[in-house]
Design a protein. Structure first.
Length: 313
């Protein structure tokens, strides 16, 4: 890979990609100092060399030891320059590297040290579809950590995520909803969602039937459940009189366990308000029927809902 002839460098990198496809070869390559060599090759003018170098790094960072080596060698700053590469394939490989790095604490915070959180959010608006999916994965992985969630909250991320809820692309819609759920863990995230029209869009998705059996339903329901912990958001939903109270009870029979459990949790949250409790008392037989569901987790959630509804001071 250090040869003067570009054809030889290309062939060497092609061979390395094949070699690294076997995870057992990654540790051996790290011992031979492959990370630093790839760092040099990332800066090549030749497109094929850059593309193969980023592909190698993507394979290496699948391994925890590979991710640690990338951080230790300090080449994240070099890798980040490829985000602006004119070639889609190079950028996609680069985002794939960052998806892998974001799986670890050290990798996530190393990227934050280079102020990449804002870069990732801004790139959501301009990138091709495949890159957007990778960017959503990167941000989701990074938001596992409280400090990085706060970094994301300092960007227009909630606005972009909310816009992508309107996407006809199920994967993008699901990725955006998942990231909204991550941000809504923070109080500031709930406030942003309440002020960005996010609650209304999520509610409309749940009320509609076109997405009921689609992959985006689970993250949409989870995101709304997380936001509704905020009292103001809860009352905003109830004020719309949209039919959500009845809808979440029906969705407790959804074939996806995650959707069903979180819908019962939404009903429980709404039942803590006078309006919600009044509605469920008027429809108590439907609520109590949930305690006969086959899944133990659903029955337990239904029992908690019934106890909230029947609570007396």
């Amino acid at each position: 890979m250090m040869a003067d002839e570009i054809v030889i460098r290309r062939r060497a990198l092609n061979s390395l990609v094949v070699h690294l496809a076997d995870p057992l070869h990654i540790h051996e390559s790290l011992d031979r100092g492959v990370i630093k060599v790839l760092g040099f090759r990332l800066q090549e003018e030749d497109y094929l060399v850059r593309e193969r170098a980023t592909a190698c790094l993507q394979l290496i960072t699948r391994s925890p030891s590979g991710r640690e080596a990338v951080v230790r060698c300090g080449i994240v700053g070099i890798i980040q320059k490829r985000i602006s590469d004119q070639e889609d394939a190079v950028r996609l490989n680069t985002y794939g590297v960052f998806v892998n790095l974001a799986r670890d604490f050290k990798g996530s915070f190393e990227m934050a040290n280079y102020s990449l959180v804002r870069v990732f959010v801004e790139k959501l608006y301009t990138e091709v579809r495949e890159a957007k999916l990778l960017l959503l994965d990167i941000l989701h992985n990074m938001m596992e950590y409280t400090d990085l969630r706060k970094d994301v909250l300092d960007t227009p991320a909630m606005k972009y995520f909310t816009e992508y809820l309107h996407s006809s692309d199920e994967e993008i819609c699901a990725g955006a909803a998942r990231c909204i759920g991550d941000l809504a863990v923070e109080t500031q995230g709930k406030t942003q969602a309440d002020g960005s029209g996010t609650v209304e869009v999520l509610t409309d998705h749940i009320l509609g039937t076109e997405k009921e059996r689609r992959p985006s339903m689970a993250p949409i329901v989870y995101a709304l459940m997380t936001i509704l912990i905020d009292v103001e958001a809860r009352y905003r939903v109830l004020k719309r009189k949209s039919g959500l109270l009845e809808r979440v009870v029906r969705l407790a029979y959804h074939p996806c366990l995650e959707v069903a459990v979180n819908c019962i949790k939404i009903a429980t949250i709404l039942a803590e308000s006078p309006e919600g409790r009044r509605f469920y008392l008027e429809n108590l037989p439907k609520v109590e029927a949930l305690q006969d569901l086959p899944e133990p987790g659903l029955r337990r959630s239904a029992e908690i809902l019934a106890s909230v509804i029947n609570w007396k001071p």
